[in-house]
Design a binder for this molecule. Structure first.
Ligand SMILES: [Zn+2]
Length: 50
């Protein structure tokens, strides 16, 4: 079985970062080598309350 990454590109390296908009955030996983977006995830950060 191939890793899901290889559906997008053959590189092993990737990094994740989050963009915050008040309490909502979008987390991106992106290949370090070619810059392709591997996946993104939308969420709500409850810890930022208060
Ligand atoms: Zn790549």
């Amino acid at each position: 079985m191939l890793g899901i990454r290889q559906l997008f590109c053959g590189h092993e390296e990737s990094f994740a970062y989050r963009k915050y908009d008040d309490f909502d955030f979008v987390e991106y996983s992106r290949c370090k080598r070619c810059g392709k977006m591997l996946k993104s995830f939308k969420g709500y950060d409850e810890d930022m309350r208060g």
